[in-house]
Design a binder for this molecule. Sequence first.
Ligand code: NAD
Length: 278
Amino acid sequence: MAYNLLKGKKGIIFGALNDQSIAWKVAERAYDEGARFVLTNAPIALRMGTINQLAEKCEAKVIPADATSLKDIDNLFRESMDILGGKIDFILHSIGMSPNVRKGIDYDNINYEYYHKTLDISAFSLHKILSTARKHDALNEWGSVVALTYVAAQRTFVGYNDMADAKAILESIARSFGYIYGREKKIRINTVSQSPTHTTAGSGIKGFEKLEDFAERMSPLGNASADDCADYCVTLFSDLTRKVTMQNLYHDGGFSSMGMSLRAIQQYEKSFEECEPQ
Ligand SMILES: NC(=O)c1ccc[n+]([C@@H]2O[C@H](COP(=O)([O-])OP(=O)(O)OC[C@H]3O[C@@H](n4cnc5c(N)ncnc54)[C@H](O)[C@@H]3O)[C@@H](O)[C@H]2O)c1
């Protein structure tokens, strides 16, 4: 059901790779709510993914941009304002990639060149986007920026590797710029900390299925899906949340406030019995 929550709003959505991507669901939902936006992704992702299908469905233009390149981001803002006919009201940062995770290198044995790449792509990109937007004065007053994150920024999850460090930095950048943008332009910047979700980036994490199952058992409301996340992001882009800023907002069915659940105990007892000597 649509409520016209984003009628007249103009946005930039980073990170729709294929129809599993969280950004893909956000784009569909934002379109249903009346927004117009530009889609962007790294040039290689445009070749490998199916973003053009989404663009057609949402009547959106696609602009290639490597989110680590200041030149690309600069061009992205210029072109987006041109295409959309003015300043931007909302931005979704839905970008994450770790070469260490991809190549199965453990955290204690990390490749430092890859580590830099992880941080550049997954965290510093938000800084580059926000500082470039500020130079262009590209965002409208009462605009909204959302970046997607994960609870591994606060607690250690085996297998999440250097992405945990990237998410901690990402959340801090959102707060630091949240102050500057709030003070100057009444623009809000938040991070949404999402449940494990079946996507290309998500399923690259070692032991992802078990992590997802554990989170499902621990969360009183169950894991939040990509569609649920899209609903939440739309509220944050809308005028209904104008005084929410500099927050890390958990969107995880209650997982982050749980210690132990009945469902997890039941599963633990089961596996405990299995381990008893015959
Ligand atoms: N899937 C999960 O379990 C989960 C949970 C919490 C948070 N998140 C976060 O959600 C966001 C979206 O991930 P997703 O799960 O939808 O997976 P996804 O693989 O669909 O999206 C990740 C996107 O990052 C883009 N990207 C990578 N390098 C880039 C670069 N240099 N420049 C521009 N874009 C680049 C990819 O092309 C891709 O579109 C990420 O920040 C991820 O960490 C995911």
